[in-house]
Design a protein around this ligand. Structure first.
Ligand code: B12
Length: 294
C-alpha cells in the first residue's frame, strides 16, 4: 500500500538531484568533473500498445512492462508506468572527442565505463526510492532476467532502454541507430517499471526516425564519415562491424585507460545531433536518401 503520494515531478526531481549530487557521477580518475549533465526524464504508460509492437519490431523475446513486473514480483498490478531518463554526456567530454577520429579519449571511455556504473546505481536508487514509498518498482536492466542476445548479425536485448525512452517521448532513432534527444545523441539512458500511475509524457514526433536529418531529408549523414570502423553507411548501422571495432581495434585502450570496456562514441560526437535535435537541417527541403531505419 502506498504511504505517500509520489508524483511524476517528485520522481523527476529525485533523478535530477542524484545526477547533480552523486559522487558516482564523476570522472574520479580524470578531474572529478561530472560525467553527465542535467538529465531529461519522461514517463510512459506500461500498457502503451507500443510495448506489444516491440515484440514484432525487436523480437518476441523483448519483454513488455507487464511481463517485467510479473517476472520480478509475481504480481500484475492494475496500473503500470515507465520512468525513463536521458543522461547527456558532459560538454567537456564531447569537446575532447571532437579532436579525435580513431580512438576515444579517456574522458569518453571513463564516461562509458564509470558512467554506466553510475547509471546502474541510479536505477537501483530509483527502485529503492519508490519501494520505500510503498510502490512496486523494477529496473529491467539490472534484474537477473535481463539478457543481451546475439542473433546472427544482430546484437539486441530483452529490454531496450532506448525503446522505453522512445515510448516516454524522449527522442527518436537515427541512421547510426543512436537515439537523438532534445539534449542530443551523446547520452546514456535508463528506466524503471513501477505500479505508480504517472501521466504519460507527450511524444512530440510522429515517426521513430523524426529527429535524424539523414533519414528525414538526406541533409546530413555526418556519422557515416565519423565512424572509424566503417560500420555506418547510407543503408544504416552494421552492428557486427560496430561491435568488432570496439572489441578488437579498441582493445589496447583497456589496459591504458584501466577499464573493462572502452566504448567508442565517434558517431555521437562532432555530428549535428551531438547535443540537440538538428532542427535547422530537419527543415531543409531536400529529399530523403538511403535507408529507412526499419
Ligand atoms: C546490444 C547493445 C549494443 C550493440 C547493438 C546496438 C543496437 N543498435 O541495438 C552494439 C555492441 C553494436 C552497441 C554499440 C554501442 N552502444 Co550499445 N547497447 C546495447 C544494449 C545492451 C542493448 C540494445 C538493444 O536492446 N537494442 C535493441 C535493438 C532492437 O535496437 P536497434 O536495433 O537499435 O533498434 C532499431 C529498430 O528497433 C528500429 N525500429 C524499426 N522500426 C521501429 C518502429 C518504432 C515505433 C520504433 C520505436 C523503433 C523502430 O529503430 C532502431 C534503429 O534502427 C543497450 C542497453 C539497453 N538495454 O538498451 C546499449 C545502448 C544501446 N548502447 C549505447 C551506446 C552509448 C553504445 C555506443 C555508442 C558505444 C559507447 N558506449 O561508446 C555504441 C553505438 C550505439 C549505436 N549506434 O546504436 C546506449 C545508447 C546511446 C544512444 N545515444 O543511442 C545504450 C542504450 C546503453 C545505455 N544504457 O545508455 N550497443
Amino acid at each position: 500500500m502506498a504511504t505517500k503520494t509520489v508524483t511524476a515531478e517528485i520522481v523527476s526531481e529525485f533523478v535530477k538531484s542524484l545526477v547533480k549530487e552523486s559522487e558516482k557521477n564523476q570522472l574520479h580518475l580524470v578531474d572529478h568533473s561530472p560525467i553527465f549533465d542535467e538529465p531529461l526524464v519522461g514517463f510512459a504508460s506500461g500498457d502503451d500498445p507500443l510495448f506489444s509492437q516491440y515484440k514484432t519490431i525487436i523480437g518476441d523475446f523483448h519483454m513488455t512492462p507487464r511481463e517485467v513486473m510479473e517476472k520480478a514480483t509475481g504480481k500484475n498490478p492494475e496500473k503500470l508506468s515507465i520512468v525513463s531518463w536521458i543522461l547527456p554526456i558532459s560538454l567537456c567530454t564531447k569537446a575532447s572527442m571532437r579532436r579525435e577520429s580513431k580512438y576515444p579519449t579517456i574522458r569518453w571511455s571513463h564516461s562509458r565505463f564509470y558512467g554506466e556504473q553510475f547509471n546502474e546505481h541510479l536505477r537501483a536508487q530509483v527502485v529503492d526510492f519508490l519501494q520505500a514509498r510503498g510502490h512496486m518498482a523494477v529496473a529491467p536492466f539490472i534484474s537477473p532476467f535481463f539478457k543481451r542476445l546475439t542473433l546472427s548479425n544482430d546484437h539486441t536485448s530483452n529490454w531496450s532502454e532506448r525503446h522505453a525512452a522512445y515510448a516516454a517521448g524522449l527522442g527518436t532513432f537515427s541512421l547510426s541507430d543512436g537515439f537523438i534527444t532534445p539534449k542530443g545523441i551523446a547520452m546514456r539512458c535508463g528506466s524503471v517499471v513501477t505500479d505508480l500511475d504517472l501521466p504519460a509524457s507527450t511524444r512530440p514526433y510522429t515517426s521513430h526516425t523524426a529527429n535524424c536529418a539523414f533519414l528525414v531529408n538526406g541533409s546530413c549523414g555526418k556519422c557515416i564519415d565519423r565512424c572509424p570502423g566503417g560500420a555506418i553507411t547510407e543503408k544504416g548501422h552494421d552492428k557486427k562491424k560496430c561491435f568488432d571495432y570496439m572489441h578488437t581495434e579498441l582493445s589496447p585502450l583497456l589496459e591504458r585507460y584501466g577499464v573493462r570496456i572502452a566504448g567508442c562514441g565517434f558517431c555521437q560526437t562532432k555530428v549535428p545531433c551531438e547535443s540537440a535535435i538538428p532542427t535547422g537541417l530537419l527543415k531543409r527541403r531536400t529529399s530523403p536518401k538511403g535507408a529507412t531505419a526499419a
